[in-house]
Design a protein around this ligand. Structure first.
Ligand code: COA
Length: 261
């Protein structure tokens, strides 16, 4: 099978490159399953602390492959739910470690939803790139997290323009709407994302993991539940050697050495 997803690890940072450039990295079965394999590796490999997802060529990812089978809507069951028993879906899989989307070009449909599973998103200053969820214009609607994650990521009024109109945003608008946090020149995109990932990879991994858990789990909780859950996780993190090392290093005027303990 061709490598439709490239996977590279350098200094505790994994780089996942969607690699079907002649089809704008559209998601066929091979690309989908190789993306999942990559995310599983990020979660299971203790030497990886953060990952960057990007696309080869001029697109990040143009979404589900519209030319295969009966199209993406056909994989929904009679009740409109995807069959999840046979394979894991990327939007349901928790990699447990921070993911950074380096959006180099078009991110549409499932491609946009791959960016939505990421904790941080940055974009290349590429005038042709468009971000959007065109599914409603195709006769169905997005189901790999779009209607669920997007209104949690940006204000509902903006989310609904994307969901109900299928509006495709340019990068400047994506920045204004808070979908991406930075816009950088195209040749600085990957190094910037990898630098951000390396920064996170240098922090205490148990604290980073607990922070990711709290940040997303709390959206489904009352404030009181969130405070209690946060306090429990913080207490556990407070038992780690790394949580003592940070303040000690500060007091001694040196850089901390986190060991993941
Ligand atoms: N599925 C399958 N193939 C796709 C694809 C998709 N989602 N998106 C792009 N491609 C293919 C094109 O068919 C073309 O292949 P070809 O060279 O063999 O003909 C190649 O990628 C390049 O795309 P092209 O349309 O020529 O590039 P463009 O710059 O003119 O337009 C887009 C780029 C992204 C605006 C346009 O391809 C598009 O709208 N794609 C569909 C996006 C979409 O609706 N995704 C949601 C799916 S649910």
């Amino acid at each position: 099978m061709a490598d439709e997803v490239l996977f590279d690890v350098n200094e505790r940072v994994a780089t996942i490159t969607l690699n079907r450039p002649d089809k704008l990295n559209a998601i066929d079965a091979a690309l989908g399953s190789q993306l999942i394999e990559s995310l599983v590796e990020v979660r299971n490999n203790d030497d990886i602390r953060a990952a960057v997802i990007t696309g080869a060529g001029r697109a990040f990812c143009a979404g589900a492959d519209l030319t295969q089978g009966d199209g993406p809507a056909a994989s929904a069951g009679p009740a409109g739910h995807f069959e999840t028993s046979q394979r894991i879906r990327f939007d349901e899989f928790d990699a447990k470690k921070p993911l950074i989307a380096a959006i180099n070009g078009h991110a549409l449909g499932g491609g946009f939803e791959i960016a939505l599973i990421c904790d941080l998103r940055i974009g290349a200053d590429n005038a042709r790139a468009r971000l959007g969820l065109p599914e409603i214009t195709l006769g169905f609607f997005p189901l790999a997290g779009g209607p669920m994650r997007l209104p949690r990521a940006i204000p509902q009024a903006y989310a609904n323009e994307m969901l109900f109109l299928g509006r495709r945003l340019d990068m400047q608008t994506a920045l204004q709407w808070g979908l991406i946090s930075r816009l950088v020149p195209p040749d600085e995109l990957l190094p910037t994302a990898q630098e951000m990932a390396a920064q996170i990879a240098g922090y205490a991994p148990i604290a980073v993991r607990a922070l990711k858990e709290l940040t997303y789990a709390q959206t489904d909780m009352t404030l009181d539940q969130a405070n209690r859950f946060g306090a429990s996780l913080r207490w556990i993190v407070g038992q780690t050697a790394d949580s003592k090392e940070g303040p000690r290093a500060f007091a001694e005027g040196r850089q901390p050495e986190f060991k993941g303990e």
